[in-house]
Design a binder for this molecule. Sequence first.
Ligand code: GLC
Length: 447
Amino acid sequence: MKAKYWLLSLMLIVVVALAACSGGGDGEATDDTGSDEDTSETSGDSGESAGEGDGEVVELVYARGQDSTKASEMLIKEFNDSHPNINVTFREMPSDTGQQHDAYVTMLNAESSEIDVMDLDVVWPAEFAQAGYVLELDRFMQRDGVEASDYNQGAMSAAQFNGKQWAMPKFIDTGMLFYRTDLVEEGEVPQTWDELMTSASNIQSEGGAEFGYLMQAKQYEGLVCNAVEFIASYGGEILDENGDVAVNSPETVAGISKLVEVANADFVPGNINTFTEVESHTAFIEGQSPYIRNWPYQWNLANDEEQSEIVDKVGVAPLPAGDAGSAAALGGWMTAINKYSENKEEAWEFVKFMTGPEGQKISAINGGLAPTLPALFEDEEILEANPFFTQEGFQNALEGAVSRPVAPNYPEVSEVIQINVSKAIAGELTPEEAVAAMEEELNAVMQ
Ligand code: GLC
């Protein structure tokens, strides 16, 4: 009898213990009791940090275009190491921003939750907000004391639409001229497009390099940026300050004419109309050209001993001037949360880290990306890694950078510019005809 009682009590203990165990785990295990969407909408008040305290690891997928630098890898590693309950993995998207855009649109139209966090090009937030693809971030910012005023105001306003915040600015891009210090004397850096053409041609014909100049002239978003720079440096514009189409002017024609002249010069690769950032930066770091127009990351890449043949041989200058001065296009990326993500709270933790001071410092040091937090331009380690951040020319380029048109249907606007500029480069339209076609087509899509 005694043995029987003993066995019974043992069974009771086991049953109670099992019940306790399963009860303790229900926070995560029974995740279909409250949809994740609702959790993130309301969990703002709980004050509990995402992914902490329940022992389960939440998997997040972060997408962005191909990163030629080590910045993304470092960001993810630092975040994962300091957030044991969240594991971020990287999804590489096409490096061509237009192709990347289309891939996201396809996924988000299908309400896919495959990706949690993604980087948005500075020209997309209006469209993504209006389409309802991304989560509004104001309440997270307020809850966690993330101050909009700490950020560069231009970058911040590019992430806003209808008075709300849809993404957090991660870095600013501005077009710059990078040159080889072993081929171009410091005092001889070209100041105008005509000087650049002469110098590029001379260096090439003297055998200093295979080519003289590299740019992005494929029919894609990067061509819009190159075109905006030529147009603005000759005093032209695409839209005026009221948002009306103002592209048909002698100044814009002059800018496009110069672009066409440069893109067809003997000193650019014959297939320049297939060049995006990747093709042009690859040729530059392989030592094939004394000059390239590119974004700030070019510096870091050119000084990366594992990839570059021109380490310590690179200088940075403002883009050459046209009749109206030097002009740089405003670019940059911000980070947003997929509205259909099933892990919004953890996604915000990652966005906050990546676009906050710690994350931006990693991006600046390991990727040469220009911070959207102005205070970081005073950080010694960042300046040591990117000495040109203190150059007057760079700061001026950042401040005066020319925006592309802002529109929820920006892809259509961009396409009009891309197609007509490409036709002008190919000689299918004269610059005058290209500008007239742009005027007509922009008026139609801007309705
Ligand atoms: C850079 C810029 C982005 C631009 C793209 C064009 O990534 O940051 O704004 O659209 O280049 O290729």
